[in-house]
Write a protein that binds this ligand. Structure first.
Ligand code: NAD
Length: 479
């Protein structure tokens, strides 16, 4: 597929380094997936510019980390309000670069504010372990220094705010690099940050994968907060060893959903559907494999098909659209190939929505039956609109299949006997074990994976603590 370009419409956002808007000698094209055309050119940050950004963040750290928490908190709250007030500008940028419908882009910005406020509500007081006439012992949370944040392309604003807010709230400074596929709205977040924070506290740079690698090996960065794929996460872990950087790795998932025999197919169909197909299936903690008790398997399949037929796919700028295009050409081809491969290996097409002609990267909603764990559509993380549905005969079999994955981000169990469903969910090998919902997140609820889905958590007090180190203050009260 060829990429077209209308030079007069192409925008050129800038990076934010030390509070200044900065371009660079060369640029990267950003593609609008609904048009498969370049709509923006962003700076390709040089190594020297990255050094500048890290030096600015190091310099700013001295005074920012010493700024009282209350002051930092009020600046972070002001920033969240500034981002919300910018929704009319930010939302179309998200839709252009990511593909999601405009209404969903607005929801993403609202969610970013909602989760951001959750972080600012967390109490960061020291934990006093002993306070006697003889001794005072307390655990204090200290900022780490410069945080390097690297994000993926599925929720550009949400993922960026999930890193900026906890990093600077706890007294760190940050250098943030969005995905080269979706850098535009994040660069705008950098510009907005320069209106609120002192220079150097929030720096946003754009570039390709090499820029991410330079960050992870840079001795001026004390922590990498990463959201992206498993293979990149492993490379980052190796590269970050040089100066023992702290890491949070929010990686991929291949979440299972288990529908028990007592579930009500008509009642749960919409939630099952959106558990998988929200954001065109490009959600780390989406329901990516579905196991249904054989007694209700036909009914669940029927209800999913009925629901899928009501969903509209199209350009995110068009009213009434539920699902936009897939974000990039690589995923577009990967999903198509995995579906074709599964069909050639014996999978059956339960439902496929009508094709939408190009040039946009539109993929149909695809429901498959007769799939097995040897097929890529089940074994690999399908970051796109395809779902394999498998029957099971007993719960032990369902749990064995659900846990047969290198990943462990989330998992769900669906049934009317909630106590029983919760007991089954507790046996899932995943960071999130959900009942009658998928996924389930909240600002005060830690979110993260086990096994190949990552290290550490985001959100809630535990998520905030990931941006700090422990200092134990132990005072003997007799001199
Ligand atoms: P990716 O790993 O290809 O890229 C993510 C980021 O890493 C990009 O900014 C990229 O430029 C950068 N990068 C690439 N190579 C690098 C290297 N060697 N060193 C440092 N940085 C490097 O992932 P993606 O395709 O952008 O995102 C999709 C993946 O992200 C999926 O697996 C999805 O499940 C996962 N994801 C996880 C979560 C979560 O919270 N667990 C959330 C969203 C997405």
């Amino acid at each position: 597929m060829s990429i077209s370009m209308n030079a007069s419409l192409v925008m050129s956002p800038l990076m934010t380094i030390n509070g200044q808007s900065v371009g660079s000698p060369s640029t990267l094209d950003v593609i609008d997936p609904a048009l498969n055309a370049c709509f923006a050119k962003v700076p390709d940050c040089t190594r020297a510019q990255l050094d500048d950004a890290i030096a600015a963040a190091q310099k700013a750290f001295t005074s920012w980390s010493a700024t009282p928490l209350q002051e930092r908190r009020s600046m972070v709250n002001a920033y969240i309000e500034r981002v919300l007030a910018d929704a009319d500008t930010l939302a179309p940028l998200i839709t252009s670069e990511q593909g999601k419908p405009l209404a969903k882009a607005r929801s993403e910005i609202n969610s970013a504010a909602f989760f951001g406020r959750g972080y600012t509500a967390v109490d960061l007081q020291p934990e006093v372990l002993q306070d006697t006439p003889e001794k005072y012992v307390a655990v204090h949370r200290q900022p780490l220094g410069v945080v390097g944040a690297i994000t993926a392309w599925n929720y550009p604003v949400l993922l960026a705010m999930w890193k900026i807010v906890p990093a600077v709230l706890t007294g760190n400074t940050i250098v943030l690099k969005p995905s080269p596929n979706t850098p535009v709205a994040t660069l705008r977040l950098g510009t907005l940050a320069s209106e609120i924070f002192p220079p150097g506290v929030v720096n946003v740079v754009s570039g390709g994968n090499a820029l991410g690698a330079w960050m992870t090996e840079h001795s001026g960065i004390r922590k990498i907060a990463f959201t992206g794929s498993g293979p990149t996460g492993k490379r980052i872990m190796a590269s970050a060893a040089g100066n023992l950087k702290r890491l949070t790795l929010e990686l991929g998932g291949n979440d299972a959903g288990i529908v028990l025999a007592d579930a009500n197919p008509a009642k749960i169909a919409a939630d099952l559907f959106w558990g998988k197909f929200s954001n065109c299936g490009q959600v780390c903690a989406a329901l990516k494999r579905l196991y249904v008790h054989r007694s209700i398997y036909p009914a669940v399949c029927d209800e999913l098909v009925k629901f899928a037929q009501t969903v509209k796919i199209g350009p995110g700028t068009q009213g009434g659209v539920d699902i936009g295009p897939i974000q990039n050409q690589m995923q577009f081809e990967l999903i198509q190939q995995a579906v074709q491969e599964a069909l050639s290996q014996g999978a059956k097409l339960l439902y496929q929505s009508p094709a939408i002609p190009g040039p946009g990267l539109f993929l149909p909603i695809t429901l498959l039956t007769d799939v097995t764990h040897s097929m890529r559509v089940v074994k690999d993380e399908m970051f796109g609109p395809v779902l394999g549905i498998m029957p099971f005969d007993d719960e032990e079999e369902a749990l064995r299949l659900a846990n047969d994955s290198e990943y462990g981000l989330g998992g769900s169990v669906w049934g009317t006997d909630v106590e029983h469903a919760a007991q089954v969910a507790a046996r899932l090998e995943s960071g999130g074990a959900w009942v009658n919902q998928h996924p389930a997140m909240g600002p005060s609820i830690p979110f993260g994976g086990v096994k190949g889905s990552g290290i550490g958590v985001e959100l809630g007090q535990e998520g905030l603590h990931e941006y700090t180190s422990v200092q134990v203050r132990n005072i003997k009260r007799t001199g």
